[in-house]
Design a binder for this molecule. Structure first.
Ligand SMILES: *Cc1c(COP(=O)(O)O)cnc(C)c1O
Length: 416
Protein backbone atom coordinates (compact mmCIF):
# COMPACT_ATOMS: atom_id res chain seq x y z
CA UNK A 1 0.00 0.00 0.00
CA UNK A 2 1.00 3.59 -0.45
CA UNK A 3 1.76 5.82 2.53
CA UNK A 4 -1.33 6.18 4.66
CA UNK A 5 -4.72 4.57 4.45
CA UNK A 6 -8.14 5.78 3.37
CA UNK A 7 -8.70 8.05 6.37
CA UNK A 8 -5.40 9.86 6.03
CA UNK A 9 -5.80 10.52 2.29
CA UNK A 10 -9.39 11.60 2.82
CA UNK A 11 -8.32 14.16 5.40
CA UNK A 12 -5.65 15.56 3.10
CA UNK A 13 -8.11 15.69 0.18
CA UNK A 14 -10.69 17.45 2.33
CA UNK A 15 -8.28 20.36 2.82
CA UNK A 16 -7.51 20.67 -0.88
CA UNK A 17 -10.68 20.10 -2.87
CA UNK A 18 -14.22 21.45 -2.45
CA UNK A 19 -16.04 18.72 -0.56
CA UNK A 20 -12.83 16.71 -0.73
CA UNK A 21 -13.36 15.74 -4.37
CA UNK A 22 -12.79 16.77 -7.96
CA UNK A 23 -16.32 15.86 -9.08
CA UNK A 24 -19.36 16.10 -6.77
CA UNK A 25 -20.80 12.58 -6.88
CA UNK A 26 -17.52 11.15 -5.57
CA UNK A 27 -18.23 12.74 -2.20
CA UNK A 28 -21.07 10.23 -1.49
CA UNK A 29 -23.37 13.00 -0.24
CA UNK A 30 -26.42 11.23 -1.66
CA UNK A 31 -25.85 8.09 0.38
CA UNK A 32 -23.98 9.54 3.34
CA UNK A 33 -20.92 7.94 4.82
CA UNK A 34 -17.29 8.31 3.93
CA UNK A 35 -16.06 8.66 0.37
CA UNK A 36 -13.49 6.06 -0.64
CA UNK A 37 -9.90 6.58 -1.71
CA UNK A 38 -9.03 4.17 -4.50
CA UNK A 39 -5.52 3.08 -5.42
CA UNK A 40 -5.83 0.27 -7.95
CA UNK A 41 -8.17 -1.41 -10.40
CA UNK A 42 -7.96 -4.60 -12.38
CA UNK A 43 -10.73 -6.18 -14.43
CA UNK A 44 -13.96 -5.90 -12.44
CA UNK A 45 -12.19 -5.15 -9.15
CA UNK A 46 -10.94 -2.04 -7.38
CA UNK A 47 -8.92 -1.72 -4.18
CA UNK A 48 -9.03 1.14 -1.71
CA UNK A 49 -6.10 2.62 0.19
CA UNK A 50 -6.75 0.28 3.12
CA UNK A 51 -6.41 -2.74 0.85
CA UNK A 52 -10.14 -3.58 0.69
CA UNK A 53 -11.30 -5.10 -2.59
CA UNK A 54 -14.64 -4.27 -4.20
CA UNK A 55 -16.44 -5.54 -7.27
CA UNK A 56 -16.82 -2.27 -9.15
CA UNK A 57 -19.97 -1.15 -10.96
CA UNK A 58 -18.97 2.50 -11.03
CA UNK A 59 -16.71 1.86 -14.01
CA UNK A 60 -15.39 5.42 -13.76
CA UNK A 61 -19.01 6.45 -14.51
CA UNK A 62 -18.99 5.01 -18.00
CA UNK A 63 -15.65 4.80 -19.79
CA UNK A 64 -14.41 1.42 -18.55
CA UNK A 65 -16.40 -0.90 -20.79
CA UNK A 66 -13.52 -3.39 -20.77
CA UNK A 67 -12.94 -3.12 -17.02
CA UNK A 68 -9.91 -1.69 -15.27
CA UNK A 69 -6.39 -1.83 -16.69
CA UNK A 70 -7.30 -3.80 -19.79
CA UNK A 71 -3.91 -5.16 -20.93
CA UNK A 72 -4.30 -4.12 -24.59
CA UNK A 73 -5.39 -0.61 -23.68
CA UNK A 74 -2.59 -0.30 -21.15
CA UNK A 75 0.01 -1.39 -23.71
CA UNK A 76 -1.36 1.08 -26.28
CA UNK A 77 -1.19 3.90 -23.74
CA UNK A 78 2.39 3.06 -22.79
CA UNK A 79 3.47 2.94 -26.41
CA UNK A 80 1.82 6.29 -27.15
CA UNK A 81 3.45 7.92 -24.13
CA UNK A 82 6.86 6.69 -25.28
CA UNK A 83 6.31 8.17 -28.76
CA UNK A 84 6.21 11.72 -27.41
CA UNK A 85 3.79 14.49 -28.15
CA UNK A 86 1.30 15.98 -28.18
CA UNK A 87 2.65 17.80 -31.20
CA UNK A 88 0.35 20.74 -31.77
CA UNK A 89 -0.28 19.06 -35.10
CA UNK A 90 -2.51 16.33 -36.46
CA UNK A 91 -1.28 12.80 -35.76
CA UNK A 92 -2.37 9.46 -37.26
CA UNK A 93 -4.14 8.28 -34.09
CA UNK A 94 -6.77 11.01 -34.47
CA UNK A 95 -7.48 9.91 -38.02
CA UNK A 96 -7.65 6.23 -37.12
CA UNK A 97 -9.99 6.72 -34.15
CA UNK A 98 -12.20 9.10 -36.15
CA UNK A 99 -12.44 6.55 -38.96
CA UNK A 100 -13.46 3.87 -36.49
CA UNK A 101 -16.12 6.14 -35.02
CA UNK A 102 -17.48 7.13 -38.42
CA UNK A 103 -17.63 3.55 -39.68
CA UNK A 104 -19.71 2.55 -36.63
CA UNK A 105 -21.85 5.71 -36.55
CA UNK A 106 -22.45 6.72 -40.17
CA UNK A 107 -24.42 9.84 -39.14
CA UNK A 108 -21.06 11.24 -38.02
CA UNK A 109 -19.66 12.33 -41.36
CA UNK A 110 -17.19 14.70 -39.73
CA UNK A 111 -16.21 15.27 -36.12
CA UNK A 112 -14.02 17.22 -33.77
CA UNK A 113 -12.24 15.76 -30.75
CA UNK A 114 -12.31 17.71 -27.49
CA UNK A 115 -11.35 16.86 -23.90
CA UNK A 116 -14.66 16.16 -22.17
CA UNK A 117 -18.29 15.44 -22.80
CA UNK A 118 -19.06 18.85 -21.36
CA UNK A 119 -17.00 20.55 -24.03
CA UNK A 120 -18.50 18.40 -26.75
CA UNK A 121 -22.12 19.19 -25.80
CA UNK A 122 -21.36 22.89 -25.40
CA UNK A 123 -19.69 23.00 -28.80
CA UNK A 124 -22.45 21.06 -30.57
CA UNK A 125 -24.99 23.62 -29.34
CA UNK A 126 -22.79 26.45 -30.60
CA UNK A 127 -22.81 24.83 -34.04
CA UNK A 128 -26.57 24.30 -33.88
CA UNK A 129 -27.15 27.97 -33.05
CA UNK A 130 -24.85 29.07 -35.85
CA UNK A 131 -26.46 26.72 -38.37
CA UNK A 132 -30.03 27.76 -37.58
CA UNK A 133 -29.54 31.38 -36.58
CA UNK A 134 -31.72 30.59 -33.54
CA UNK A 135 -30.93 30.82 -29.83
CA UNK A 136 -33.21 28.45 -27.94
CA UNK A 137 -32.44 24.83 -27.12
CA UNK A 138 -34.70 22.11 -25.73
CA UNK A 139 -33.32 19.63 -23.22
CA UNK A 140 -35.10 17.15 -20.97
CA UNK A 141 -35.75 17.26 -17.26
CA UNK A 142 -33.12 14.99 -15.68
CA UNK A 143 -31.00 14.90 -18.84
CA UNK A 144 -27.32 15.54 -18.15
CA UNK A 145 -25.04 16.98 -20.80
CA UNK A 146 -22.12 18.17 -18.72
CA UNK A 147 -21.74 21.41 -16.83
CA UNK A 148 -21.74 24.08 -19.54
CA UNK A 149 -23.79 27.05 -18.30
CA UNK A 150 -26.74 26.70 -20.65
CA UNK A 151 -27.03 22.95 -20.00
CA UNK A 152 -27.15 23.10 -16.23
CA UNK A 153 -30.88 23.60 -16.21
CA UNK A 154 -32.89 20.80 -14.59
CA UNK A 155 -29.90 18.51 -15.03
CA UNK A 156 -29.59 14.92 -13.85
CA UNK A 157 -26.52 13.07 -12.56
CA UNK A 158 -24.71 14.73 -9.63
CA UNK A 159 -26.94 17.77 -10.02
CA UNK A 160 -29.99 15.54 -9.51
CA UNK A 161 -28.40 13.94 -6.49
CA UNK A 162 -27.82 17.28 -4.86
CA UNK A 163 -31.24 18.64 -5.89
CA UNK A 164 -29.67 21.70 -7.44
CA UNK A 165 -32.34 22.97 -9.84
CA UNK A 166 -29.77 24.54 -12.05
CA UNK A 167 -26.67 25.97 -10.50
CA UNK A 168 -25.63 29.13 -8.77
CA UNK A 169 -23.45 31.27 -11.00
CA UNK A 170 -25.36 30.70 -14.22
CA UNK A 171 -26.58 34.01 -15.61
CA UNK A 172 -30.36 34.12 -15.85
CA UNK A 173 -30.34 35.19 -19.52
CA UNK A 174 -28.18 32.16 -20.34
CA UNK A 175 -30.46 29.75 -18.48
CA UNK A 176 -33.42 31.32 -20.26
CA UNK A 177 -32.09 30.04 -23.60
CA UNK A 178 -32.76 26.47 -22.46
CA UNK A 179 -36.29 25.09 -22.46
CA UNK A 180 -37.03 21.94 -20.52
CA UNK A 181 -39.30 19.15 -21.75
CA UNK A 182 -40.33 15.90 -20.11
CA UNK A 183 -38.40 12.81 -21.13
CA UNK A 184 -40.46 10.28 -23.09
CA UNK A 185 -43.13 12.87 -23.85
CA UNK A 186 -43.19 13.96 -27.50
CA UNK A 187 -46.17 16.15 -26.59
CA UNK A 188 -44.12 18.19 -24.14
CA UNK A 189 -41.63 18.92 -26.94
CA UNK A 190 -44.36 19.64 -29.43
CA UNK A 191 -45.90 22.27 -27.20
CA UNK A 192 -42.52 23.97 -26.69
CA UNK A 193 -42.11 24.14 -30.48
CA UNK A 194 -45.62 25.62 -30.78
CA UNK A 195 -45.04 28.31 -28.21
CA UNK A 196 -41.58 29.26 -29.55
CA UNK A 197 -42.10 29.14 -33.27
CA UNK A 198 -38.94 29.41 -35.43
CA UNK A 199 -36.80 30.08 -32.37
CA UNK A 200 -35.56 26.61 -31.46
CA UNK A 201 -32.13 25.68 -32.72
CA UNK A 202 -31.92 22.14 -31.41
CA UNK A 203 -33.26 19.38 -29.22
CA UNK A 204 -30.55 17.63 -27.21
CA UNK A 205 -31.38 14.27 -25.69
CA UNK A 206 -29.77 11.23 -24.11
CA UNK A 207 -31.34 8.58 -26.37
CA UNK A 208 -31.35 6.25 -23.37
CA UNK A 209 -31.49 8.46 -20.31
CA UNK A 210 -28.76 7.32 -17.94
CA UNK A 211 -28.35 10.23 -15.53
CA UNK A 212 -31.72 9.86 -13.79
CA UNK A 213 -31.02 6.19 -13.37
CA UNK A 214 -31.51 4.19 -16.55
CA UNK A 215 -34.71 5.21 -18.32
CA UNK A 216 -35.03 3.77 -21.83
CA UNK A 217 -37.00 5.65 -24.49
CA UNK A 218 -40.58 4.54 -24.97
CA UNK A 219 -41.63 3.39 -28.44
CA UNK A 220 -41.72 6.26 -30.94
CA UNK A 221 -40.18 8.83 -28.57
CA UNK A 222 -36.91 9.24 -30.51
CA UNK A 223 -38.57 9.01 -33.92
CA UNK A 224 -41.15 11.52 -32.67
CA UNK A 225 -38.34 13.94 -31.82
CA UNK A 226 -36.84 13.40 -35.28
CA UNK A 227 -40.18 14.27 -36.85
CA UNK A 228 -40.70 17.39 -34.75
CA UNK A 229 -37.19 18.69 -35.46
CA UNK A 230 -37.70 18.17 -39.19
CA UNK A 231 -41.08 19.92 -39.19
CA UNK A 232 -39.67 22.88 -37.28
CA UNK A 233 -36.27 23.30 -38.90
CA UNK A 234 -34.43 22.39 -35.70
CA UNK A 235 -31.49 20.04 -35.29
CA UNK A 236 -31.65 16.78 -33.36
CA UNK A 237 -28.59 16.17 -31.18
CA UNK A 238 -28.06 12.81 -29.51
CA UNK A 239 -25.88 12.92 -26.44
CA UNK A 240 -24.33 9.47 -26.65
CA UNK A 241 -21.57 10.14 -24.14
CA UNK A 242 -22.78 7.11 -22.18
CA UNK A 243 -24.71 5.12 -24.81
CA UNK A 244 -22.17 5.50 -27.63
CA UNK A 245 -20.44 2.15 -28.25
CA UNK A 246 -22.14 0.74 -25.15
CA UNK A 247 -25.75 -0.11 -25.97
CA UNK A 248 -24.84 -1.26 -29.50
CA UNK A 249 -21.80 -1.10 -31.82
CA UNK A 250 -23.30 2.04 -33.37
CA UNK A 251 -24.79 3.40 -30.15
CA UNK A 252 -28.43 4.16 -29.46
CA UNK A 253 -28.87 5.68 -32.91
CA UNK A 254 -28.25 2.25 -34.41
CA UNK A 255 -30.28 0.41 -31.78
CA UNK A 256 -33.37 2.57 -32.29
CA UNK A 257 -32.84 3.41 -35.96
CA UNK A 258 -33.04 7.17 -35.59
CA UNK A 259 -30.43 9.35 -37.28
CA UNK A 260 -29.49 12.53 -35.41
CA UNK A 261 -28.02 15.60 -37.10
CA UNK A 262 -25.22 15.73 -34.55
CA UNK A 263 -23.90 13.37 -31.89
CA UNK A 264 -22.01 14.11 -28.70
CA UNK A 265 -19.51 11.48 -27.55
CA UNK A 266 -17.11 10.97 -24.65
CA UNK A 267 -16.28 8.37 -22.01
CA UNK A 268 -15.74 5.05 -23.89
CA UNK A 269 -13.99 6.67 -26.89
CA UNK A 270 -11.16 7.76 -24.58
CA UNK A 271 -10.57 4.32 -23.09
CA UNK A 272 -10.56 5.84 -19.58
CA UNK A 273 -8.62 9.02 -20.43
CA UNK A 274 -10.18 12.50 -20.71
CA UNK A 275 -12.04 12.88 -24.00
CA UNK A 276 -15.07 14.15 -25.84
CA UNK A 277 -16.09 14.49 -29.46
CA UNK A 278 -18.91 16.04 -31.40
CA UNK A 279 -19.77 15.19 -34.94
CA UNK A 280 -22.52 14.81 -37.47
CA UNK A 281 -23.58 16.12 -40.85
CA UNK A 282 -20.61 17.40 -42.84
CA UNK A 283 -22.38 20.68 -43.68
CA UNK A 284 -22.80 21.36 -39.96
CA UNK A 285 -19.27 20.43 -38.90
CA UNK A 286 -17.89 22.53 -41.75
CA UNK A 287 -19.19 25.56 -39.88
CA UNK A 288 -16.43 24.96 -37.31
CA UNK A 289 -13.18 26.96 -37.55
CA UNK A 290 -11.05 27.01 -39.57
CA UNK A 291 -13.46 25.56 -42.17
CA UNK A 292 -16.15 27.95 -40.92
CA UNK A 293 -16.67 30.74 -38.45
CA UNK A 294 -17.82 28.85 -35.31
CA UNK A 295 -14.78 29.11 -33.07
CA UNK A 296 -13.79 26.07 -31.04
CA UNK A 297 -10.26 25.00 -30.15
CA UNK A 298 -8.26 22.88 -27.71
CA UNK A 299 -4.55 22.72 -26.85
CA UNK A 300 -4.75 19.04 -25.93
CA UNK A 301 -7.60 17.98 -28.24
CA UNK A 302 -6.94 14.69 -30.01
CA UNK A 303 -4.06 13.94 -27.64
CA UNK A 304 -2.12 10.94 -29.02
CA UNK A 305 -2.21 9.03 -25.72
CA UNK A 306 -5.98 9.46 -25.45
CA UNK A 307 -6.50 8.52 -29.10
CA UNK A 308 -4.41 5.37 -28.58
CA UNK A 309 -6.50 4.36 -25.57
CA UNK A 310 -9.71 4.98 -27.51
CA UNK A 311 -8.50 3.06 -30.53
CA UNK A 312 -7.38 0.09 -28.42
CA UNK A 313 -10.80 0.10 -26.75
CA UNK A 314 -12.96 0.42 -29.86
CA UNK A 315 -10.87 -2.21 -31.66
CA UNK A 316 -12.05 -4.76 -29.09
CA UNK A 317 -15.72 -3.82 -29.32
CA UNK A 318 -16.85 -6.44 -31.83
CA UNK A 319 -19.92 -8.72 -31.92
CA UNK A 320 -18.42 -11.14 -29.41
CA UNK A 321 -17.78 -8.41 -26.89
CA UNK A 322 -21.31 -7.03 -27.22
CA UNK A 323 -22.64 -10.54 -26.68
CA UNK A 324 -20.55 -10.75 -23.51
CA UNK A 325 -21.80 -7.36 -22.29
CA UNK A 326 -25.40 -8.36 -22.98
CA UNK A 327 -24.90 -11.65 -21.16
CA UNK A 328 -23.32 -9.92 -18.16
CA UNK A 329 -25.99 -7.21 -17.98
CA UNK A 330 -28.83 -9.70 -18.36
CA UNK A 331 -27.43 -12.15 -15.82
CA UNK A 332 -27.02 -9.42 -13.23
CA UNK A 333 -30.41 -7.81 -13.92
CA UNK A 334 -32.32 -11.09 -13.95
CA UNK A 335 -30.59 -12.21 -10.76
CA UNK A 336 -31.49 -8.96 -9.03
CA UNK A 337 -35.09 -9.22 -10.24
CA UNK A 338 -35.36 -12.73 -8.86
CA UNK A 339 -34.31 -11.29 -5.50
CA UNK A 340 -37.29 -8.96 -5.73
CA UNK A 341 -35.55 -5.80 -6.93
CA UNK A 342 -37.02 -3.50 -9.55
CA UNK A 343 -34.44 -3.24 -12.33
CA UNK A 344 -34.27 -1.08 -15.45
CA UNK A 345 -31.71 -2.20 -18.02
CA UNK A 346 -30.34 -1.19 -21.39
CA UNK A 347 -27.64 -3.71 -22.29
CA UNK A 348 -24.83 -3.31 -19.78
CA UNK A 349 -26.41 -0.25 -18.12
CA UNK A 350 -28.79 -0.84 -15.26
CA UNK A 351 -30.47 0.74 -12.27
CA UNK A 352 -32.19 -0.80 -9.26
CA UNK A 353 -35.06 1.59 -8.62
CA UNK A 354 -36.54 1.79 -5.15
CA UNK A 355 -40.05 2.37 -6.36
CA UNK A 356 -42.89 0.00 -7.25
CA UNK A 357 -42.87 0.78 -10.98
CA UNK A 358 -39.99 1.66 -13.30
CA UNK A 359 -39.94 5.41 -14.05
CA UNK A 360 -40.41 6.75 -17.57
CA UNK A 361 -39.23 10.28 -16.75
CA UNK A 362 -37.37 12.23 -14.09
CA UNK A 363 -40.51 13.30 -12.26
CA UNK A 364 -41.25 9.64 -11.60
CA UNK A 365 -37.60 8.75 -10.91
CA UNK A 366 -37.48 11.40 -8.19
CA UNK A 367 -40.27 9.60 -6.35
CA UNK A 368 -37.88 6.74 -5.54
CA UNK A 369 -37.10 6.02 -1.93
CA UNK A 370 -33.55 7.38 -1.81
CA UNK A 371 -33.12 6.39 1.83
CA UNK A 372 -33.87 2.80 0.99
CA UNK A 373 -31.36 3.12 -1.83
CA UNK A 374 -28.72 4.46 0.57
CA UNK A 375 -29.24 1.49 2.89
CA UNK A 376 -28.91 -0.92 -0.04
CA UNK A 377 -25.76 0.90 -1.21
CA UNK A 378 -24.07 0.62 2.19
CA UNK A 379 -24.98 -3.03 2.71
CA UNK A 380 -23.53 -3.87 -0.70
CA UNK A 381 -20.43 -1.83 0.04
CA UNK A 382 -19.92 -3.66 3.33
CA UNK A 383 -20.20 -6.93 1.39
CA UNK A 384 -17.52 -5.84 -1.10
CA UNK A 385 -19.68 -4.57 -3.96
CA UNK A 386 -19.40 -0.96 -5.03
CA UNK A 387 -22.30 0.52 -7.00
CA UNK A 388 -22.59 4.19 -7.97
CA UNK A 389 -23.40 6.22 -4.83
CA UNK A 390 -26.70 7.62 -6.08
CA UNK A 391 -30.13 6.35 -7.08
CA UNK A 392 -29.75 8.45 -10.22
CA UNK A 393 -26.47 7.04 -11.57
CA UNK A 394 -26.41 3.95 -13.78
CA UNK A 395 -24.48 0.82 -12.84
CA UNK A 396 -21.84 0.17 -15.46
CA UNK A 397 -21.33 -3.52 -16.13
CA UNK A 398 -18.15 -4.28 -18.07
CA UNK A 399 -16.90 -7.13 -20.20
CA UNK A 400 -14.65 -8.02 -17.27
CA UNK A 401 -17.59 -8.82 -14.97
CA UNK A 402 -17.43 -12.58 -15.42
CA UNK A 403 -19.99 -15.03 -14.06
CA UNK A 404 -18.07 -15.40 -10.79
CA UNK A 405 -18.13 -11.63 -10.19
CA UNK A 406 -21.83 -11.44 -10.97
CA UNK A 407 -22.67 -14.41 -8.77
CA UNK A 408 -20.69 -12.84 -5.91
CA UNK A 409 -22.63 -9.61 -6.50
CA UNK A 410 -25.96 -11.44 -6.37
CA UNK A 411 -24.94 -13.19 -3.19
CA UNK A 412 -24.15 -9.81 -1.62
CA UNK A 413 -27.48 -8.44 -2.85
CA UNK A 414 -29.36 -11.42 -1.46
CA UNK A 415 -28.25 -10.50 2.03
CA UNK A 416 -28.58 -6.74 1.42
C1 LIG B 1 -20.75 12.22 -18.40
C2 LIG B 1 -21.71 12.85 -19.35
C3 LIG B 1 -21.44 14.08 -19.95
C4 LIG B 1 -20.28 14.94 -19.56
O1 LIG B 1 -19.05 14.37 -19.86
P1 LIG B 1 -17.76 14.88 -19.04
O2 LIG B 1 -16.62 14.20 -19.73
O3 LIG B 1 -17.96 14.45 -17.63
O4 LIG B 1 -17.71 16.35 -19.17
C5 LIG B 1 -22.30 14.54 -20.93
N1 LIG B 1 -23.38 13.82 -21.28
C6 LIG B 1 -23.68 12.64 -20.70
C7 LIG B 1 -24.89 11.90 -21.16
C8 LIG B 1 -22.87 12.14 -19.70
O5 LIG B 1 -23.20 11.00 -19.09
Amino acid sequence: MEEGGVASWRNRAAKLFPGGVNSPVRAYRAVGGDAPIMVRGEGSNVWDADGNRYIDYVGAFGPLILGHADPTVTRAINAAVAAGGPFGATAPGEVRLAEMIRSRMPSIERMRFVNSGTEAAMSALRVARAATGRDLVIKFDGGYHGHADSLLVEAGSGAATLSIPGSAGVAAPVAAQTLVAEYNSVDSVSSLFSSNRSQIAAVIVEPVAANMGVVPPVRDFLSGLRGLCDQNGALLIFDEVITGFRVAPGGAQELFGVRPDMTVLGKIIGGGLPVGAYGGRADLLDLVAPAGNVYQAGTLSGHPVVMAAGEATLAQLGPELYATLEHNGEKLAEGLKSLGYNVARAGSLLTVFFRDRLPVNFREAKRCDVEEFAGFFHRLRAAGVLIPPSQFEAWFVSAAHDDAAIEATLQAAASA
